[in-house]
Design a protein around this ligand. Sequence first.
Ligand code: UT7
Length: 321
Amino acid sequence: MSDLRSIVRGVGGYLPDRIVTNDELAKTIDTSDEWIQQRVGIKQRHIAAEGEFTSDLAVHAARRALDNARLSPDDIDLIIVGTTTPDYTYPATATLVQNKLGMHHGFAFDIQAVCSGFVYAMVTADSYLKNGMAKRALVIGAETNSRILDWTDRTTCVLFGDGAGAVVVELGGDGERGILASSLRSDGHFWDKLYVDGGPSTTQTVGHVHMEGKEVFRHAVGKITDVVENVLSRTGYTVKDLDWFVPHQANLRIIQGAGEKLHIPPEKVIVTVDRHANTSAASVPLALTEAVTDGRIKRGDLVMIEAMGGGFTWGASLIRW
Ligand code: UT7
């Protein structure tokens, strides 16, 4: 293992053109803009067009991240896609992305950790880079959640959106920048608190999202704060040292709850859930892309990313940008 770290070279995001507001949803299901904003903090979500697949969203985000890094697909030798809404049961969406980028070299695979997919993918890329298995990775979170929602179920369909975010990560630097520490957790005991009731081996159907929202909510803040504190404790940094907190965007009340419990001031918390809704594995890289693009996250900043979702899975990474 070298002392070099995995440095983020570029970021990119993509949201489908079509925006669906809460008011639009309220025309077909028994809900209201007021309820959704008050309980979850969502105003709108983006929905993929017919014939627009997870791999398409991922490729848009990947190309933007490569542009941002001033690199081309030739410079990449590993693609990891965090997704829970793959184009096909197999092959991995990452191989479809590899093909659409015109790459015939390197290797590509998916990670299935639901909303924690991007954090899991970052940690996996970090390990592969450090082990010398790859030199430069595209780490993508991409989802077409709209395809697995029951659009008549108001308890779930108002919560999610489609989108993709990508980062280019490479090994290098002077030892100060890069991924400093990470922590991943799961507990399958909670598998049926948030799951999709279909699959090749069970029903041979795709299925729809089912969630015991209150149960997920009850666990979210505690699990998020545990893993963030665990990462900090292994680096010597404290919450006060953080420049930015980039949480998974599931519910504004969960984000605020975690921020308060960790004593992170709201102005250091990146929030996109109001406009993107919960884009599952895409939410953290989309939030990173927004904050880097608008100049909030700058080189040298200390950034904590975290996510929690179905499985349950959860995790966090501390990155010196
Ligand atoms: O990425 C990780 C995965 N997801 C999450 O982290 C989500 C975690 N959970 C949550 O964010 C919240 O639990 C929800 C937003 C899903 C629900 O909020 P809540 O405050 O826990 O509401 P609730 O489920 O207790 O429902 C309260 C009421 C119920 O009506 P009654 O039984 O009190 O008459 C629901 O039927 O609100 C009703 N309700 C709605 N009303 C209007 C549920 N969904 C809606 C809706 N519009 N869309």
